[in-house]
Write a protein that binds this ligand. Structure first.
Ligand code: IPE
Ligand code: MG
Length: 230
């Protein structure tokens, strides 16, 4: 979700106003996923690298997150959303950790959209955590090195049990992955829009989904036109 700051600047507002407007776009996309019965939506809310920002902005983002979890809770229950959070919990303010734990627990029986929030998330850190956990398991004799296959590795990631993303949407025209789900997006389709995140709305989301639906995913195999067995 990129471009909140640029959206604010373009409208002569403070960066915080951009984040507030971005939160509205979140509500809109979540509604749309529920309506379209999309089973998983992961939102990159805060990266480990975002701590380089001014304290004030981080504090604002933390408050916004808490406010979102609190205010949206009734709607989240109504929509049958199951909340998941990926990222390092340590380092987050105690109130944010509590709000996350409360919402994850309250929605754990819900069976609609899994709304996964990447908070304090960094993909390399996630991969390192997984490697360390596997190394521990080997050291303790619970796992043989030869048993470390893709499934074993994926089972140690924060996203264990979730399918890999099919589509990655990036706003504000940036052409990079910014340490997001590097293992999981190996075969994801990428879709980039120049529009800032606060401008992301249902019609733009539909455009991304329509583009995605037109793509042919080969996963390293041959395309329909060249593969006789298909
Ligand atoms: C994304 O918008 C929001 C978060 C990282 C929380 P930015 O704050 O990165 O907006 P730009 O990149 O300055 O426009
Ligand atoms: Mg940015």
């Amino acid at each position: 979700m990129d471009g909140n700051g640029r959206w604010a600047r373009a409208h002569g507002k403070e960066r915080t106003a951009g984040h507030l407007e971005g939160a509205k776009a979140v509500a809109c996309v979540v509604e749309e996923c529920c309506r379209l019965a999309i089973p998983y939506l992961t939102l990159y809310c805060l990266s480990l690298e975002n701590w380089k920002r001014p304290r004030q902005e981080i504090d604002f983002l933390m408050l916004l997150l808490q406010k979102y979890l609190h205010e949206q809770r009734p709607r989240i229950m109504e929509q049958n959303i199951r909340l998941a959070v990926i990222g390092r919990r340590e380092g987050l303010p105690a109130e944010v950790q509590a709000a996350i734990a409360e919402n994850v627990a309250a929605t754990s029986e819900n069976r609609g959209l899994t709304l996964c929030l990447a908070i304090n998330y960094g993909s390399r850190a996630e991969i390192l955590d997984a490697a360390r956990a596997l190394a521990e398991a080997v050291r303790e004799g619970r796992l043989a090195p030869a048993q470390i296959d893709e499934a074993a590795f994926a089972s140690q990631l924060y996203t264990a049990g979730m399918p890999d993303p099919d589509l990655l949407i990036r706003t504000a025209g940036e052409m990079r992955l910014s340490n997001f789900l590097l293992w999981q997006i190996s075969y994801a389709e990428l879709w980039v829009t120049p529009r800032y995140w606060p401008e992301f709305d249902a019609p733009l989301f539909h455009e991304a989904l329509r583009d995605y639906a037109r793509r042919e995913r080969r996963f390293g195999g041959l395309g329909k036109e060249t593969d006789d067995s298909a």
